[in-house]
Write a protein that binds this ligand. Structure first.
Ligand code: CA
Length: 227
């Protein structure tokens, strides 16, 4: 998932982003409340992890703004504020979950999986297209009965193509979704990862799933069946 982390404790922010990346997510980190809100409003994230006590704009204000602008991104609050009253306030303002600091990182990953299952419309996290099977939760990929090992970015790329099946996706869309905001759009990182992904997915296939649309981007063709 592409995750926006709004957290002003530098060390904790770094720790979380590193851990989330290791677990296969993409993490954009902001330490300032209003900058975090701006990112939430201008970029498409799958999840926001939100601290409450923040410089410039606190987490409650951020939640209020997100709701006002009908931003549907699920928000997991992570805060040292532990009174029930604050928890209720955050949930009533639209947060989907609340974790009190100090927290256990494995528990956070489990809660993220729960949120992911919900947003994937359980049980629709198994995707089938032709002889390709992808489990979005366990991140297992099978093509023609053979397990395929993908790196985190390759998996994210495949997931993005599957959720946009039969549509052309551009390099810019891919960069925005799968790489963090600081990435240089002039680099050939998308091409490199796409090449690796296609080598793994389409290597021995009679009919390749992923195709290049010259001058425009890439397309994954086929009927995606969710189960
Ligand atoms: Ca804080």
């Amino acid at each position: 998932m592409k995750i926006l982390l709004i957290e002003d404790e530098a060390k904790l922010g770094q720790f979380l982003c590193d851990g989330l990346a290791e677990a296969g997510h993409v993490c954009d980190h902001f330490a300032d409340g209003s900058k975090g809100l701006e990112a939430a409003m201008t970029t498409d994230f799958d999840l926001i992890i939100l601290d409450l006590m923040l410089p410039n704009m606190n987490g409650f204000e951020i939640l209020t703004n997100l709701r006002q602008f009908r931003n549907q991104t699920p928000v997991l609050v992570l805060s040292a504020l532990s009174d029930t009253e604050k928890v209720i306030q955050a949930l009533d303002l639209g947060a989907i979950d609340y974790m009190r600091k100090p927290f256990d990182f494995d528990e956070m990953l489990a809660r993220i999986r729960t949120i992911q299952r919900r947003s994937l419309n359980q049980p629709g996290y198994l995707l089938n297209v032709g002889d390709l099977q992808v489990n979005l939760l366990s991140r297992e990929v099978i093509r023609n009965g053979q397990k395929v090992n993908l790196s985190n970015r390759e998996f994210a790329l495949l997931e993005f193509l599957l959720t946009h099946a039969n549509q052309v996706v551009t390099k810019t869309q891919i960069l925005e979704k799968i790489w963090d905001i600081n990435f240089d759009p002039g680099s050939n990182i998308v091409e490199v990862h796409m090449y690796q992904l296609r080598k793994k997915i389409d290597k021995d296939a009679e009919e390749p799933l992923i195709q290049t649309v010259i001058g425009r981007g890439y397309i994954l063709k086929g009927d995606v069946i969710k189960s």
